[in-house]
Structure formats: structure tokens, C-alpha cells
Design a binder for this molecule. Structure first.
Ligand SMILES: [Fe+2]
Length: 339
């Protein structure tokens, strides 16, 4: 236990120091100059402070106020020693942050009793502070672990869907990255950008329900087969729907609406314009851009210039104009993310 003692009278200070050090385990740092005492308090944290009221340059009330303003001294017991019984002085001391008062000259028994109470108070506060800090660390670590696990589970599930599609070229990861860049370019909050980044990889989860003969067919699909493929949007929404988790709700929204078109000719609902959730309007562009720039068994990849030109040409028909503008504006970052 470290105690800070401040009294401009050397003899009073020595007397007080003797009384305080009579308590076992208390080490004193005694000062006649309050400004020097303040510097000592800035250099190390004391567990308790006993300060005289009447001192030249800086009285006990101002010293208490300055001690309380230090980062580590919000809860440290500060006892004011005063000959003045004036209520005004006591009130000012309390307002400045004093915890208790001691009369001057100090009575040995009274100092002992008060000091013991203050030491207990200070000890209890230190223990509580340590526990609060420990609990805060634990909560932070647990939250971080949950977020990491959430991200890992989503990316692994998305990879499983990707294998089903015979596509292990990282389509879902690139769509996630493009979607996040587009969300950032649109000025969405960091939390929304992260959520879209994590939910986007599940946009095609409904493909698990599409038969291999159709999903893996190398040639062109006939109209009936295309209808079956189109079902993946609604199935994906159903697989992910009804969750109480915000992130999975967002993933359901994206899965269900990423093939809607701005002009209302998309599927499954034929939603038009702003009725299509923004998250799905974002992922729609990211998904198409990546499909265009990827080689498939039935088609060669377009160059990135050609793909950007296609996205630009679909402004206001297939895609949200604002999203297209933002996507084109973010082209350098999109290219970097796709490498
Ligand atoms: Fe899709």
C-alpha cells in the first residue's frame, strides 16, 4: 500500500508520516510542496492520499481537484486534513473530490481508524477494478472468438457449395471482396460492409438443391432446366430464412434477391428498383462481374475492361445506377481484390 502525504509544515508532515507508517504494509511518499506531490502522483499511482488544506501556492482543495483529474485517481481515497471546521471549506473539498476529513493536529487513534477504513476501501476498489478489467478482457476475447468462428463457418459452408458447382476457383471469396468494396464505396457503415462481406458468399447456397444433371450440364440449358436453376434463389432464401441472427437474415435476403433486376425483369419475384434490397443489388453486380471474368466450361473469360463495360452498359436496366457508378469508381480496388 502506497500513501501520498502532503503538508507544507515539515513537523506536521513527519508526525503524520509516523502515524501512517505505524500501519503495517504502508509506504509513504511525503511532500511539503503540493506541486512536487502532484508530479509524484503523475509518475506513480498511490493507493491513498492525505493532503493538508492550508498550503501556500496550491491549497488542499485545488490539489484534490488536480489529483482527481489524473487518469488513475478517479476512485483513490483522498483524505483532507484541516483545522478549519467551516462547512464551506468541507463542502468545497467534497465537491473537489475529497473522500473524508481528518482534524489537525491529527489524533493518533482517529488517524488509525480512518486510515484502516480507507485502506480497506482502496483495497476493495483495486480488487474490483482488477476484476472489471479481467472480465472486460474475457468478454472481448470471447466476442472476437465468436466473430472469427462465424466468419470461418460461413466461408466453409460457401466453399462446400462452390465444390458442388465444380468451381473451386474462389468465386465466393471474390464476390465477397467485391461486395465489400462496393458497400464501402457507397458509404455504408463499417458494420454493414462487414456483414455484406460475410453474407455474400452464401448467395448461391440454394444450388445444393439443383440436380447434378442440370447444375453440371456442359452445354446450354433448355427453358425447363433454366427454370430449375432459377429455383436456387428461392431455395437459398428458404435454407437461410427464419434465423434470429442478423447476419443469416442478411444472407437470406441476398440469396433470395441477387437475381432480381433493377428494371423488374429478374427472378424470383420480379422486384423493381429500390424494392430490391440494397445488399442484393450490391452482390448482383459483384456476382456478375466475377462470372464474366471467370472461365467456365461453356465460355471464355471476358477481359476486365470488357466486364466493366458490360456492368456500365447495364446501368438502370439490370443494375442499380448508383451501385454501377460506385462499382466503376472503385475499379482499381476491384481489380486489386480480384488478383
Ligand atoms: Fe445465383
Amino acid at each position: 500500500m502506497k500513501a501520498l502525504l502532503v503538508d507544507d509544515s515539515p513537523s506536521s508532515l513527519l508526525g503524520l508520516q509516523r502515524l501512517v507508517e505505524a500501519e503495517s504494509g504502508v509506504v509513504c511518499s511525503a511532500h511539503t510542496d503540493p506541486l512536487v506531490a502532484l508530479q509524484a502522483a503523475q509518475a506513480e499511482r498511490f493507493d491513498i492520499a492525505l493532503v493538508d488544506y492550508e498550503m501556500p501556492h496550491l491549497d488542499g482543495i485545488e490539489l484534490t481537484r488536480r489529483l482527481r483529474a489524473l487518469p488513475d485517481y478517479r476512485r483513490v481515497p483522498i483524505v483532507m486534513i484541516t483545522t478549519s471546521a467551516s462547512d464551506q471549506v468541507r463542502l468545497s473539498a467534497l465537491q473537489a473530490g475529497a473522500t473524508d476529513f481528518l482534524p489537525k493536529p491529527a489524533n493518533a487513534i482517529e488517524v488509525r481508524v480512518r486510515l484502516r477504513n480507507m485502506i480497506e476501501l482502496s483495497g476493495a476498489f483495486c480488487t474490483m477494478s482488477d476484476q472489471v478489467a479481467w472480465l472486460a478482457d474475457q468478454v472481448e476475447a470471447a466476442t472476437r472468438a465468436i466473430l472469427e468462428r462465424e466468419e470461418e463457418m460461413i466461408l466453409r459452408l460457401a466453399r462446400a457449395v462452390e465444390y458442388r458447382d465444380n468451381d473451386t476457383g474462389g468465386h465466393t471469396v471474390r464476390v465477397a471482396r467485391y461486395s465489400r468494396i462496393l458497400a464501402e464505396q457507397l458509404g455504408l457503415s463499417p458494420l454493414s460492409c462487414r456483414s455484406i462481406y460475410l453474407a455474400a458468399p452464401l448467395h448461391d447456397v440454394g444450388k445444393v438443391a439443383v440436380p447434378d444433371a442440370i447444375l453440371l450440364k456442359p452445354g446450354r440449358l433448355d427453358p425447363d432446366e433454366f427454370e430449375v436453376i432459377k429455383g436456387h434463389a428461392a431455395i437459398g432464401e428458404e435454407i437461410l430464412g427464419g434465423s434470429r441472427c442478423d447476419l443469416i437474415q442478411l444472407a437470406a435476403e441476398i440469396a433470395g434477391s441477387h437475381h432480381e433486376r433493377w428494371d423488374g425483369t429478374g427472378y424470383p419475384r420480379g422486384l423493381k428498383g429500390a424494392l430490391i434490397p440494397l445488399s442484393a443489388r450490391i452482390v448482383a453486380i459483384a456476382d456478375v462481374f466475377d462470372a464474366l471474368t471467370s472461365t467456365r466450361p461453356y465460355k471464355a473469360a471476358l477481359s476486365t475492361e470488357e466486364a466493366f463495360a458490360y456492368i456500365g452498359a447495364q446501368r438502370g436496366t439490370q443494375f442499380d445506377p448508383a451501385c454501377v457508378d460506385a462499382f466503376l469508381a472503385a475499379a482499381p480496388r476491384i481489380l486489386a481484390a480480384g488478383r
